[in-house]
Structures are given as C-alpha cells and as structure tokens.
Design a protein around this ligand. Structure first.
Ligand SMILES: Nc1ncnc2c1ncn2[C@@H]1O[C@H](COP(=O)(O)OP(=O)(O)OP(=O)(O)O)[C@@H](O)[C@H]1O
Ligand SMILES: [Mg+2]
Length: 258
C-alpha cells in the first residue's frame, strides 16, 4: 500500500458527546482499491469515526484529508461532493419506493421542475447491469426485496454517483449466507475499480476472508492498524477483546501466506 497515496487520512480525531469521550485522537488511513475492516467492541467508536468522515458528525478536533486535500465537512452533502458514500444496513433505502426512486433519492433528475422518471429508470437499469445486479423488477417497492438485493441497490447507487470512498457500517449483519456472498462479490468488483472501502463488521470470518487491512479500535482510540494476514483470526479476536496490540503473528500458516 505504501506506494499509493491515501484516499483518506483522518488524523487525531476527537469527539465527545455530553461528557462521554467517544473518540480520542483516533486516526485512520484508507488507500485506493483496498477494503479496510474497522473492528472493535460495541461502543468502541467505529460508527462515530465514520460518521465524522461522512459529514454526519462534526469533530471537536483533528484533521481530515481527502486525496491529500484538507477538508471540513459540515453535512453529508459536503462529504458526498468528495465521493464519500455511506451505506447503513437499516437506513439504506425507503421501503415504499421502487429501485429507481431510491437510487435517485435526494438527487432526482428533473427538467423544468418535472421529475424525469423515464430517464431515471433507464439510468437505474444501466447502473445495476454494470454491476451485474439482478432484481425481479424495477417497478416494485424495495420493501418486497431481499436484504441482499437492497444492499445491492445501495451499492449501485453509490457507484452511480461516483463513490471514491464507500463506507459500509455492518452491511451484512442482517443478511443470510447467500446474500452476504453476493454483497461481498460486489465489493470485490468495486475494489478492482480503485474505490476504497471501509467495512465495519462484527463477523470476523468475513473480515478475515476479504479485507486487506484492519483497524481495531477500543474506547475511542486506535489499538492497531495492520495487514489482515499478519495475524491469525484468533489473534485479531484477542486484540478486539483486550484492546491491546499483539506482536506480529508467529503462526507458521500466516507467515507462509505472506
Ligand atoms: N449521538 C450520540 N449521543 C451520545 N452518545 C453517543 C452518540 N453516538 C455514539 N455515542 C456513544 O459514543 C460511543 C461510541 O459509539 P459508536 O456508535 O461509535 O460505537 P461503535 O464502535 O460503532 O459500536 P457498535 O459496534 O455497537 O456499533 C458509545 O459509548 C456510544 O454510546
Ligand atoms: Mg456502530
């Protein structure tokens, strides 16, 4: 990764909520074309950190750079303008609207004040086809779709609006195995296009299987940031639980893999 310039640099971010220090000098780097797993106990500060990056929370102090440029985000639209898209498991889509209406929500195509429904439908079809996303019909409300299909539409939306940085907060927590597989395949395809992905998950198997690096947090602080395969799964779990960094794995299987 060191030969590439970081897409995202979050440096010494602090954030408190009414007497609670949620982030204490938390830092994070994300490179193009990588999946960074963001891990830690409940309350470790993962969501708060990515909400700062997504413009949903203002930080008390610290710096954010996007492709080397210092930025200050006052709202999610500021972050979107820099290609930062966030996907949440539950809040991703509006159930009572179809795929196209969801894809363009807040960014509708209009002409003389009228919605360009047909054009949005065509673009939606193109966006989904580009990522080999198959849904039954473009005309049904997304609440009739599976969790995986909804995730796929959210990913399609992010890509359509030119995401450079895709943040996924527990995206597969409520998905079945097949659906999780589909979302992971999509993510791998996006990786190859140079998008940087931050993946928050409690599923250590998924994290281990397909993240390039991991960042572990505890009590709002960084514990360690490392190549995933420098540690065994058990060692990663142990660092999450203890909140303490371990020396690089001595495990022979892991060492051979490098
Ligand atoms: N809007 C808020 N108001 C007050 N406290 C908050 C708010 N959001 C988060 N916190 C607190 O900040 C700390 C970090 O929370 P955060 O949601 O970032 O953790 P997390 O690592 O995402 O945890 P989880 O794995 O449970 O999602 C927690 O103690 C949480 O209670
Ligand atoms: Mg969270």
């Amino acid at each position: 990764m060191s030969d590439k310039k970081p897409l995202v640099e979050m440096i010494n971010i602090c954030k408190h909520f009414a007497g609670l220090q949620a982030l204490s000098n938390a830092s994070l780097e994300l490179f193009p074309g990588e999946v960074l797993g963001l891990l830690g106990h409940n309350g470790a500060g993962k969501s708060t950190l990515i909400k700062v990056l997504a413009g949903a929370h203002g930080a008390d102090s610290g710096e954010i750079k996007i492709s080397g440029e210092s930025v200050e985000f006052e709202n999610p639209n500021n972050a979107r303008a820099y290609g930062i898209e966030t996907i949440y498991q539950e809040l991703a889509l509006c159930g009572n609207l179809n795929a196209s209406a969801n894809l363009f929500m807040g960014r509708e195509l209009t002409s003389f004040g009228f919605l360009r429904t047909k054009a949005m439908r065509v673009e939606t079809q193109q966006a989904l086809t580009k990522l080999s996303i198959k849904i039954k019909s473009l005309d049904v409300d997304v609440e009739t779709m599976s969790g995986g299909q909804r995730q796929a539409i959210s990913i399609g939306r992010a890509v359509h609006f030119d995401a450079k940085i895709l943040i996924m907060d527990e995206p597969t927590a409520a998905l079945g195995m097949e659906e999780t597989k589909m979302v992971i395949e999509l993510i791998q395809e996006l990786k190859s296009t140079g998008i940087g992905i931050i993946w928050i998950s409690h599923d250590i198997h998924d994290v281990y299987a397909f993240t390039d690096r991991i960042a572990i947090m505890n009590g709002g602080k960084n514990v360690i940031t490392c190549a995933t395969k420098d540690y065994t799964q058990d060692e990663i779990v142990s660092m999450i639980i203890s909140g303490r960094a371990l020396p690089k794995s001595q495990n022979s299987e892991v060492s051979e893999a490098n």
